[in-house]
Every structure is written in C-alpha cells, then in structure tokens.
Design a protein around this ligand. Sequence first.
Ligand code: PMV
Length: 353
Amino acid sequence: MSEVYSASVTAPVNIATLKYWGKRDTKLNLPTNSSISVTLDQAHLRTLTTVSTGPQYLASKLYLNGHEETLNKPRLVAVLMTLKELRKEVEAKDPTLPKFSDWNLLIVSENNFPTAAGLASSAAGLAAFVTAIAKLYQLPQSFSEISKIARQGSGSACRSLFGGFVAWEMGELADGSDSKAVEVAPKSHWPDIKAAILVVSADKKDTSSTSGMQITVNTSDLFQYRIKEVVPKRFVDMKDAILKKDFNAFADMTIKDSNSFHAVCLDSTPPIFYMNDTSKSIIKLVNLINDQSIANGEGLIAAYTYDAGPNAVIYYEAKNEVKILSTLYKYFGELPGWEALDDALLAGVKSVE
Ligand code: PMV
C-alpha cells in the first residue's frame, strides 16, 4: 500500500493600512520600511492549500486554481529549501519519523477571489503554501519565525500568518533574521472594524509589485522622503491608534498612507498608475461621506486604501455599516460583490433612499 501524508490549511488575505513599498534586499525580500495591515475575514477572501507527500511521488508539483504552475521560481525554491532544512532538524531529533525531507510534494491551492488583481492574492497564497508545509512537517517554530520564511516568498505574506492587526517589523540585520511579522492586536480587541471591497477590475495588474517597487526605489525622490520622514512616525502612531481603538486617527493615517504610496508610484520614472477613474470616483465619494460625518461632529467614519491595483478596500466601524454601504451602493451598485453580503444587510442597504 502506498504511504501518503497530508495537511490542509487556509490563509487569509491582509490589506495594508501602512504600505510596504520598496525592497532593500530583493533576494531575501527585506523591506525599506515597516508596515501594518488588517487581516480580512476568511469567509470571502482566503487561500485553501492542501499539501501531501509520499515516497512514491516522482516530482514536486504545484496547482493553483486547477492549473499547474512552476515551482522553479527562485523564491519558491528558497522557501522549500528552508522548510526542508527545518524538517531535517525535526527528523534528526526523532529518527522514527518518516523522511519527508527526502520526498517530493504535491501542493494544491485554491483562491476564492481573483488572483493577482491587487487583492493581495500572493500574500494569502504564500502564507498558505508555507503554513501547510510547516504543518505537514510538524515544525516547532513560532508563527513569527515561520513568517520570515513566508516573507521570502512574498513580502506581504508574512503578515497573513496572524489574524487581526499585524505589523511587519522591517528589521535592521542584513540576513533578515529580525524582519518578521508580529501581532499588534487580535481581531477580538477591535471586532467592530469591517472592510468593504469594491472589485473595480479583476484583471491582472500590468506592473507587478516586485518590478514596481524597484522602479520606485531607483527613480523616485519622493520615496526617500516617505521612508525617512513619514513612515517611521506613522508606524508608531498607527499602532497606537489601533491599541486605543481611535477610528478617526486610524482612518486619517490609512487614507494618507494610501495616497502617499500612490504618489511615490506616480513620482517614479516611468510613472506607475494602479488606480483608474472608478478608483478615483470612489475616493471622492468616501471624502464626501467623511465631510458629512465631520460636519456632524463624528470625525472620519470611512477609510479607503488601494494596493497595487484599482480595487478599493474601505475600512469602517460596524455601527456605520448601513450608512456607508448604502451610499456606496447608490453610486457603485453595478460593481460585482454585493451579493456576498448577507440577505438582511443587502436588503437594508438597498432600502436606504
Ligand atoms: O508582497 P507583495 O510583493 O505582493 O507587495 C505588496 C505591496 C502592497 O500590497 C502594495 C502593499 C502591502 O503592504 O501589502
């Protein structure tokens, strides 16, 4: 009888509120600045990965959404080598364990949302890839330690190892051993924070984040100002706003940081455009919503942010859900995704005049 061992995990998408943009080491994926993200609810956005191994597997294979993908990419090779080395340490301690480190792997991954359209699919994908193998290999390392391996596959993936509010500390060391994800606060600390995603386009982006970052690092003057003068303070202040559950401050910094990231993209040569006209109209609408709430003395109630693509992510507190979603629905009701809301909420959103 053939011997097969398997493990399955799901990994969530995270959307940065303080953006990672720029690598100081492209091989190890070491960033030029620290970043912060919110991990989204897995019901709508997640990668499910099952990994199996056995002595009879002739080659390692990876399937993503039903299509075979190459494992022969330098970053995936590096990640697999690191995981195998750690498995060897486990096997050395207990020689009765099967020799997984000598066997090939079958990795089957599936996203329940569009891949590579600026919805952080690589973050969830790499996080699931690494945690599934770590689980199969029964590695004893902590999530923060495993996050360093995920980081080598895709920088932002390291933040998908945790739920809730997560920081990726850039670190200082050249070998990357201090560049890791840590929890700022669990979801339960501020459970009322919700995210709406408006899928403006599900097409693949034209400029990958890896090449976009390098164009910015090499050509933008504004980028130097961002990483030296803006982000270090914002990193401290945003963690503080999360710990104090200060939505006004959190929203203000989230919006400013999205703008700052897209500004350094525009300041690159050639300029990089990730937002389109629909993205900009959504920004205007969120500004109108906030102008009204500021006039009512409530402060900011909605925070938009855009990654390397045109899709909007809007953070808000549960108490303002119907108000915000009904306004967005009135102007952007034709965009896909509204059916993901539960029936009662969608009926409420549609009924507001
Ligand atoms: O980890 P990557 O290479 O997919 O880059 C992610 C870059 C942004 O999504 C734009 C920002 C971030 O911090 O997630």
